[in-house]
Design a protein around this ligand. Structure first.
Ligand code: AMP
Length: 403
C-alpha cells in the first residue's frame, strides 16, 4: 500500500470510497459531519493537481423498496449532496446518474485536474453488498488510484470497500486521511497503549458488548461497566435490580466474564449505586439506591454519586482510555448526569496526558451533545467499524489495502 501523504496525485484520477451516508430530511442534509470528514482527502488530491471520483452508498435502497413498494430508487439518490459538497469544496461537482456504465466511464475519463465527479448510490446494485468481483472491477476502471476513506463501512466486505482493492497494484491503493487517522487512533488504544488502560463500556445490552469486553480482557487493566448492561451483572451476583434492564439469558455469561477477568488480573468496576426511577420517562419520580438493592417497581437509569466518584478516580489515574457506550439514559435530562460526569473525567484525564478515544456507539453522541468532542484525543466516526475493531476482528476494508 501507498501512504497518501507521500503520494503525488498530479494528473491522476483518484477513485475515493467515501461514506456520504448522511441523514437527509425533505431533501436537506441534517448533519454533514461525514461529508466534512472526507474533505481533507479530497482537498489533498485536488491540491496535488489530480481529479476526484467519489463513490458512496446511501441507505439501503433495494432492501427498503422491497419492504415499502411506494419507495423508488430516486428516494435514495446522492443528488441532494451535490450542492452542499460544491459549496464546501468551492468548486463544481459533476454527477453520474449511474455508478458504472458508459456515461460514468466517459465523465471520469474526461475529468481535468481539479475537477470532481460524484457517482450515484453504489447500492442501486445488489452486487455492491454482495462483494461482486465483476462489479468491483467495473468500478475500478473509473480511476487510476484507489483511496478508501470510508472507515464507517470498513467492517463490510463490499465491492467498493474491499473487493475493488485487488484491481490496483500496491502503490496505487491507499487509505484516505480520515481512514488513516481512525486506524492510528484505534491502534494507539489496542496495540500501543500505556498502562493503566481503562475501558469504559456502557449502553443497553451486555449481548452487544460481550465480544468487545472479552477482547479487552486481554488488553485493559480496568474495565468500567455502566449503563443498562450493568444490571445483568448485579442480578447474576444475586442482587435485586427491580425492573432495571436485564438479559436473563446472559446471567451465566456475565458471571463467566467476571471470573475470566479475575483470572487475568483485570479489574471490573460496576456502579455501586444508581439513580432509580419509577418509570422510563423524564418525568418519573427519582431516587437513589445501591445497584444491587433496587426496590421492585423501580429501575436504574443512571449511575449514582458513589459510582461517579469511584469511576472518576479510576479514569483520572489512567494513561489510556477507551469509551464505548453511555452510563445511563443520557437522552433524558434527568438521567444524563452520570454520562456527563464520566465525559468530564475523560476530558480531565486527557488534559493530564492520557490518550482517550471515544468510539462506537452512543458515547460519541453524548460527547457531541456535551460539546466535549474536541477535548478528548479522538472521536471516531465509525460506529460499527470501531466496535468490530475493538472486538479484535479483522476489518475487510483495512485488510484489503494493508495486505
Ligand atoms: P448502546 O447502543 O448499546 O451503546 O446503548 C445506548 C443506549 O442505552 C442509549 O439509548 C441509552 O439510553 C441506553 N441506556 C443506557 N443506560 C440505560 C439504562 N440504565 N436503562 C435503559 N437504557 C439505558
Amino acid at each position: 500500500m501507498s501512504q497518501i501523504q507521500n503520494h503525488n496525485f498530479a494528473n491522476q484520477r483518484a477513485l475515493i470510497r467515501v461514506d456520504f451516508n448522511v441523514p437527509v430530511k425533505n431533501g436537506a442534509i441534517t448533519d454533514d459531519t461525514r461529508i466534512r470528514a472526507a474533505l481533507p482527502t479530497i482537498r489533498k488530491v485536488l491540491a496535488d493537481g489530480g481529479s476526484v471520483i467519489l463513490m458512496s452508498h446511501w441507505g439501503r435502497p433495494l432492501k427498503d423498496i422491497e419492504k415499502k413498494p411506494n419507495l423508488t430508487l430516486a428516494d435514495f439518490s446522492l443528488k441532494p449532496i451535490i450542492a452542499h459538497l460544491s459549496e464546501l469544496l468551492h468548486t463544481t461537482v459533476a454527477f453520474a446518474d449511474d455508478c458504472i456504465g458508459a456515461d460514468a466511464m466517459q465523465q471520469a475519463h474526461d475529468l481535468k485536474p481539479g475537477e470532481v465527479l460524484l457517482l450515484e448510490n453504489l447500492r442501486y446494485y445488489k452486487q455492491e453488498e454482495k462483494g461482486d468481483k465483476d462489479f468491483a472491477e467495473k468500478l475500478s476502471k473509473l480511476g487510476d488510484v484507489y483511496v478508501n476513506d470510508a472507515f464507517g463501512t470498513a467492517h463490510r466486505a463490499h465491492a467498493s470497500t474491499a473487493v475493488i482493492a485487488q484491481f490496483f497494484p500496491g502503490e496505487k491503493k491507499m487509505f484516505g486521511l480520515l481512514m488513516e487517522s481512525e486506524v492510528k487512533a484505534a491502534e494507539n488504544v489496542l496495540h500501543n497503549n500505556k498502562k493503566p488502560f481503562t475501558a469504559i463500556i456502557g449502553g443497553a445490552k451486555v449481548s452487544d458488548k460481550i465480544l468487545i469486553i472479552e477482547n479487552l480482557l486481554e488488553k485493559a487493566t480496568d474495565i468500567i461497566i455502566g449503563g443498562g448492561m450493568a444490571y445483568t451483572f448485579f442480578k447474576a451476583e444475586g442482587g435485586d435490580i427491580g425492573s432495571s434492564l436485564c438479559e436473563d439469558d446472559r446471567l451465566d455469561m456475565a458471571l463467566a466474564l467476571m471470573k475470566k477477568a479475575d483470572e487475568k488480573g483485570v479489574s471490573i468496576h460496576l456502579p455501586a449505586d444508581s439513580i432509580i426511577a419509577d418509570k422510563f420517562s423524564n418525568d418519573a419520580n427519582c431516587s437513589s439506591a445501591l445497584s444491587n438493592e433496587i426496590p421492585s417497581g423501580w429501575m436504574g437509569l443512571d449511575i449514582g454519586q458513589m459510582a461517579i466518584a469511584n469511576f472518576k478516580k479510576i479514569i483520572c489515574e489512567s494513561k489510556t482510555i477507551l469509551w464505548n457506550g453511555p452510563m445511563g439514559v443520557f437522552e433524558m435530562d434527568k438521567f444524563q448526569h452520570g454520562t456527563k460526569a464520566i465525559a468530564d473525567a475523560v476530558v480531565e484525564a486527557t488534559k493530564n496526558g492520557a490518550y482517550s478515544l471515544v468510539g462506537g456507539g452512543d458515547s460519541v453522541a453524548a460527547v457531541n451533545m456535551f460539546g466535549l468532542a474536541d477535548k478528548v484525543s479522538y472521536v471516531s466516526t465509525g460506529g460499527g467499524a470501531m466496535l468490530e475493531y475493538f472486538e479484535g476482528k479483522e476489518l475487510p476494508g483495512i485488510a484489503a489495502i494493508a495486505k
